[in-house]
Design a protein around this ligand. Structure first.
Ligand code: HEM
Length: 536
């Protein structure tokens, strides 16, 4: 929220309370209070005039940058005040407005956002001066609310320590060692799916539900060495409590708009003793308590046996750098960042595959030639990584369905981008989806789901795009998603297990691709499929 409003709002609230008190309780003269109120309203008007009219028109350092021509004071450059999927219009603008890498885009009430459209600007931002750019206040606030954590990793020093000491737990080699446990869990899921499609042959199987459950169980194993057992016991556990925490932030767009202009944090902090008594508060206490206890188990094990397990918490304990509370904070962060995003990628992969029998056939042949259902070998992660078509499909899913299609950033200090001065607190947007599908980078079929672009030679690494910055689904530079290897390995493992066993046919082809109203790229209802078992 703009700093002015952070002072103005509480001041105006106090003045109003004084006015009510004086006129209704004290029944004294309200003249001086009315004068104060008038001064406050006047200052708000002047502030609005400066920031919403004068600054964006004449004073901003971005006044020479290309700006979409159609603009209204209320909606900015958008056609709707509250867009369902905010990245869609930004992509249209980026494709139609000639620019040299930066576009000025107006959000509601003339709020300027700098849209980064060129790879050079992305490189400069992520590689040359990554710590000049950070997460917007709303994102930090959201993380804090979901996890009740005080994230040290959000400061530059804290972030460097976090990355340095957690890196060993997220390397390709380490992640591959976690895959056999994921494979076993995927087999458990497949048995449940088989049972459901046998018991209720007239109804399609809701793939989303199974994917969410398997993601919770595999994430529990990978992060804490603990099986949350949501596959066997779907109701009432940590998954449901966590879904409640996330639901607070999947609310309508107007809530996010208000959150930008009106900072609710002081109010929420005041109300927090009360909030902890609500179902949301109880859910948070439950989840943090559950994470706390599995973290403590890992600490105890390490203390008594002096041996580190494969899971991420155990590796963090062994580093000796994180105190107990920080281990819980990290666990809460991984639970927020991992299962939902990876599960969404699995949903999109199964959605694409269940629309395309020939793609399924080809993938099934590749997987079956390499993996047996009884395969519990330690090298299953290695085997999956060696399957070119499986990995091509996963990369294409990650390219076409970025979980965060428009990544918001903010400048932490005065800086420059492509030579343009960018003041502290400037809002920026990285149009991930638009860059991931830019025909200049990906060729004329950029909008087509085509795993073959990832087949053969260097294509396996870059999909035929000119460089690694062309695909930004995991971000880039030192802030790049720390869990990307894990996400890729788990995605490949679950997809391979499902396609190996079932021939899928999409049951809700008309609606499964409809997007949820959200800043994330997620289907509203998820894929439902008819499943046919294809041999052992
Ligand atoms: C398909 C799945 C995933 C996607 C699309 C995804 C995407 C992202 C993106 C876009 C970022 C922000 C990068 C930036 O600030 O520029 C991020 C950060 C992060 N992700 Fe992921 N992620 C996924 C899976 C995971 C998993 C499985 C974990 C953990 C087990 C994880 C943990 C994190 C963490 C801790 C950060 C913050 C990193 C930092 O600031 O240094 N993510 N992720």
């Amino acid at each position: 929220m703009p700093a002015f409003l952070e002072v103005w709002l509480p001041l105006a609230a106090c003045t109003l309370i004084a006015l009510f008190y004086k006129s209704l309780v004290d029944r004294g003269s309200v003249g001086p209070i009315l004068t104060l109120l008038a001064l406050e309203l006047g200052s708000l008007l002047l502030w609005a005039l400066y920031w919403m009219v004068l600054y964006p028109a004449y004073l901003t350092p971005f006044r020479h940058l290309p700006t979409p021509p159609k603009r209204s004071w209320l909606r900015g450059n958008r056609t709707k005040l509250l867009p369902d999927n905010p990245w869609v219009e930004v992509r249209e603008v980026m494709e139609t407005l000639p620019n040299n890498g930066l576009i000025r885009f107006y959000e509601a009430f003339s709020r300027e956002v700098l849209v980064i459209t060129s790879i050079d600007a992305i490189k400069e931002m992520n590689s040359v001066k990554p710590y000049d750019f950070g997460h917007p206040k709303q994102v930090k606030y959201m993380l804090g609310r979901i996890t009740s954590s005080n994230f040290n990793f959000l400061s530059e020093h804290g972030h460097k320590m976090f990355r340095k000491h957690l890196r060993p737990a997220f390397t390709v080699q380490h992640t591959r060692k976690l895959v056999p446990a994921v494979w076993d869990k995927a087999q458990e899921m497949i048995q449940l799916m088989e049972r459901e499609s046998r018991n209720t042959p007239d109804s399609p199987v809701d793939l989303r539900d199974y994917i969410r459950r398997v993601m919770w169980d595999t994430s529990g194993l990978a992060m804490f060495g603990h099986d949350f057992q949501t596959l066997g016991h779907p109701e009432g556990g940590i998954r449901d409590r966590f879904a409640l925490l996330l639901s607070e932030f999947s609310g309508p767009a107007w809530v996010r708009l208000i959150m930008y202009f009106v900072d609710l944090r002081p109010l929420l902090t005041l109300l927090s003793p009360l909030a902890m008594k609500t179902s949301l508060g109880r859910a948070l206490t439950y989840v943090r308590g559950a994470v706390g206890s599995v973290v403590a188990d890992n600490e105890q094990k390490y203390k008594s046996a002096g041996k580190q397990d494969l899971n991420i918490t155990s590796v963090s304990v062994a580093s000796g750098i994180f105190p107990h509370n920080e281990l819980i904070d990290n666990g809460m962060l991984f639970l927020t960042a991992g299962p939902n995003s990876t599960g969404t990628a699995i949903e999109w992969a199964l959605y694409e595959l269940s629309k395309r029998p020939e793609m399924q056939e080809r993938l099934r042949a590749e997987v079956r030639a390499c993996l047996d259902v009884a395969d519990k070998a330690d090298d299953i992660g290695q085997k999956l990584a060696s399957l070119p078509y499986l990995n091509a499909i996963c990369s294409e899913v990650i390219r076409c369905y970025p979980f965060v299609p428009l990544s918001p950033k903010v400048t932490e200090k005065d800086t420059t981008l492509l030579g343009v001065p960018v003041p502290k607190d400037t809002a920026l947007a990285v149009p991930v989806e638009a860059l991931n599908r830019d025909p200049k980078l990906w060729g004329p079929d950029a909008d087509v789901f085509n795993p073959d672009r990832w087949m053969g030679g260097d294509n396996a690494l870059n999909g035929g795009a000119p460089n690694n910055f062309a695909m930004l689904s995991f971000g880039a530079g030192p802030n790049i998603c720390i869990g990307q290897n894990q996400a890729r390995a788990f995605l490949a493992c679950v997809v391979a297990a499902v396609v190996r066993r079932f021939d899928m046919q999409l049951a809700n082809a008309e609606t499964a691709g409809r997007l949820r109203v959200a800043p994330f790229k997620k289907s509203e209802e998820g894929p439902m499929a008819w499943l046919k078992i294809v041999g052992l």
